[in-house]
Design a binder for this molecule. Structure first.
Ligand code: NCD
Length: 305
């Protein structure tokens, strides 16, 4: 059983809980590959997807996971809502809960927003991304996808390449990978790597070629231009030249590595199209596994009672 009624981040999740979520997701992935992809597990549960920030994959993935578990779902997005009229986050959520909602899946631009809610409301809360902080279900689906290809992650070498500074995917992945005993190396321009990040037990490199040669898998992240108020590098063209990954670079490596990306991809910036669509890439497997992981998280939280 999971120890917390919420999934706020990977920081406070222990290795046993990660294993339990992955094991449960494996069973749900089998369900998803059957002709009838649905189970009645969450028939009496109502879930609100509350999104204050843009999302394609994460939102659809949660919604599908809920439907596959037979939950009732409602969707809220901040644009077009009373948030624009000045309603507070707590009022918005309390009004949703008054309609007898059991679980809240929330994406919010402010780091810590789901942690704050968890202190003030009774429903289970799942963090679907809080600003630049954490994105736990993304790290769990990345773990699942890596384990499918590499087995146990202890001692495996995983590179996270790109805009580490603004990425919630990076932080959640660092926590998840370290808890599983993997070696983690971050790679990007020094302006996009947070100071003191080595205190989390990761290495830092600014050389993408040697990082690719070192790793078993590379998780490549998008440049989060929407979170950058100042210029962190001269131009996207220059970034692509220094840190962009091409199919040729992957083909020329001495050993096969796995290429990952959480999406959305900026083709021609962090990844060339021929790299993103190459046999090295497991990007669409990540998306497929995301539904099973979210089913597992929702199911395990709901079954705590
Ligand atoms: C990421 C996000 O929103 O944090 N995407 C996702 O959830 N799959 C990464 C990104 O926006 O670059």
């Amino acid at each position: 059983m999971l120890t917390s009624p919420h999934l706020l981040g990977i920081k406070d999740l222990d290795a046993e809980s990660i294993d339990l979520i992955v094991k449960t997701a494996k069973e749900f992935k089998e369900v998803l590959n059957r002709p009838i992809k649905k189970v009645p597990s969450l028939r009496d549960v109502t879930i609100a997807n509350v999104f204050f920030e843009n999302s394609t994959r994460t939102r659809l993935s949660f919604e599908l996971a809920e439907k596959r578990l037979s939950a009732d779902t409602i969707n809220f997005s901040a644009s077009g809502s009373s948030v624009k009229k000045g309603e507070t986050l707590l009022d918005t959520v309390n009004n949703i809960l008054a309609m007898k909602v059991d679980m809240i899946v929330m994406r919010h631009a402010s780091p810590g927003a789901p942690h704050y809610l968890a202190k003030h409301i009774k429903a289970n809360i799942i963090n679907a991304g809080d600003g630049t902080h954490e994105h736990p279900t993304q790290a769990l689906l990345d773990t699942y996808s890596l384990r499918e290809k590499l087995g146990d992650l202890a001692g495996k070498k995983i590179a996270i390449i790109g805009d580490i500074l603004h990425s919630r995917v990076a932080l959640s992945n660092i926590y998840a990978l370290k808890k599983q005993g993997a070696e983690v190396r971050l790679c990007g321009p020094s302006t996009l790597i947070p100071k003191h990040i080595q205190s989390l037990g990761v290495e830092v490199s600014h050389d993408v070629k040697s990082t690719l040669a070192w790793c078993d898998a590379a998780n490549v992240l998008r440049i989060q231009l929407e979170r950058q108020q100042i210029k962190y590098f001269p131009s996207l063209r220059e970034y692509a030249q220094s840190f962009g990954i091409t199919r040729k670079m992957l083909d020329e490596l001495p050993k096969e590595i796995i290429l990952m990306h959480p999406g959305p991809i900026n083709r021609g910036v962090e990844l060339s199209s021929d790299a993103a669509d190459s046999p090295h890439s497991i990007i669409l497997d990540q998306v497929e596994n995301g539904v099973a992981i979210r089913m597992a998280v929702l199911y395990l939280l709901a079954s705590r009672g």
